[in-house]
Design a protein around this ligand. Structure first.
Ligand SMILES: [Zn+2]
Length: 336
């Protein structure tokens, strides 16, 4: 099954003429890339497809797509991402360390691809993921290609932060807005991925099933489980800092920034509980007794301090000291 069924249907209907450039926007991990891959495969498939039908999966074009070797398809992404995709061991956290930008050279190569005719006589597709990895100079050189008319060339761009894109890029593409899929759809999809038992984690990942999938596959979910259980049954802050340093060193792919983000979610939810609202990421029953021990001003103070700490999370001078600082500030509201 495909996540975001209604978007798929809107792009693959009987009378749909896809525009030259599509821009998929929405939160991380809601299935934008899966849908873009499926759409690219369908556009390139050599067996005629009925409305809403995915690519056949058997023709020469589909096999070339499956092998990542289709001559009429280009994937443009930051080089750190392609390296990480080749090596499944690399986790999200490691990707972040190296080059996250699409280089101008990659767009120049695309120009050649655009101007030289297709190899197989059908459509040609270029997927750019994520579009915000292009700085204005790079994006402008892409714009020059987008402005040239073409009937069988499709650009699919993906963006998690479309507001940071050049207005000219936005105006030349049709935006398709993704949101977290309905929960039942996500559950069915997780079941298909043999992750039915992990569906309880959907709220923690902002209902983004693909984020949950990546965490489960990389082993990060196991480490997150320990982290969450520490947050729900907090002990002495410095002892926790030592434990968390172990989690980061465990090589499960959990980075210090993941720790900070999780603490931020926890403080956010404590605040919601404190004023009688349902938490967004954590389980209400587990969180409510903790929320009783805090005050709103103390939570807000901790949130502010930890937002500042986050700026350093990718390169702390001394990880242990950083984590001690994080824990001391995070658990301070529980003393009030
Ligand atoms: Zn096919």
């Amino acid at each position: 099954m495909i996540l975001n069924e209604d978007i798929w249907k809107s792009l693959t209907g009987p009378d749909v003429r896809l525009p030259h450039a599509l821009l998929f926007t929405g939160p991380v991990g809601v299935g934008k890339r899966e849908l873009a891959d499926a759409l690219a495969a369908r556009l390139l498939c050599e067996i005629p497809r009925g409305p809403h039908e995915p690519a056949c999966g058997r023709c020469p074009s589909c096999s070339m797509m499956a092998n990542g070797q289709h001559p009429d398809f280009r994937l443009v992404q930051p080089e750190a991402e392609s390296a990480a995709e080749e090596d499944a061991k690399h986790s999200e956290g490691e990707k972040k360390k190296t080059g996250r930008q699409i280089r101008i050279q990659q767009i120049r190569e695309l120009e050649d691809f655009f101007h030289v005719g297709g190899h197989r006589g059908g459509a040609r597709v270029c997927l750019i993921d994520p579009a915000e990895a292009m700085n204005p100079i790079v994006a402008n050189s892409l714009l020059k290609i987008l402005e040239e008319p073409s009937t069988s060339f499709y650009f699919i761009m993906i963006s998690n932060r479309w507001r940071s894109l050049l207005p000219t890029l936005l105006s030349r593409s049709r935006r398709v807005v993704f949101a977290p899929p309905p929960i039942e759809q996500s559950r069915r999809w997780l079941e298909e991925q043999k992750l039915a038992g992990e569906a309880k984690w959907l709220p923690f990942f902002g209902q983004a099933p693909r984020q949950l999938f990546d965490a489960a596959r990389s082993g990060r979910l196991k480490a997150l489980e320990k982290l969450v259980s520490d947050l729900l049954r907090p002990s002495e802050p410095l002892a926790l800092a030592a434990r968390w340093e172990g989690l980061v060193k465990d090589d499960a792919g959990l980075g210090i920034e993941d720790l900070v983000v999780t603490v931020q979610k926890w403080l956010h939810d404590l605040g919601l509980c404190r004023v009688g609202h349902a938490p967004r990421y954590f389980d209400r029953d587990a969180l409510a007794p903790l929320a009783q021990r805090t005050t709103l001003p103390a939570l807000i103070r901790a949130q502010r301090q930890i937002a500042q700490l986050r700026a350093w999370a990718n390169h702390p001078l001394n990880p242990r000291l950083f984590l001690e600082d994080l824990c001391l500030r995070a658990f301070k509201p529980l003393e009030s």
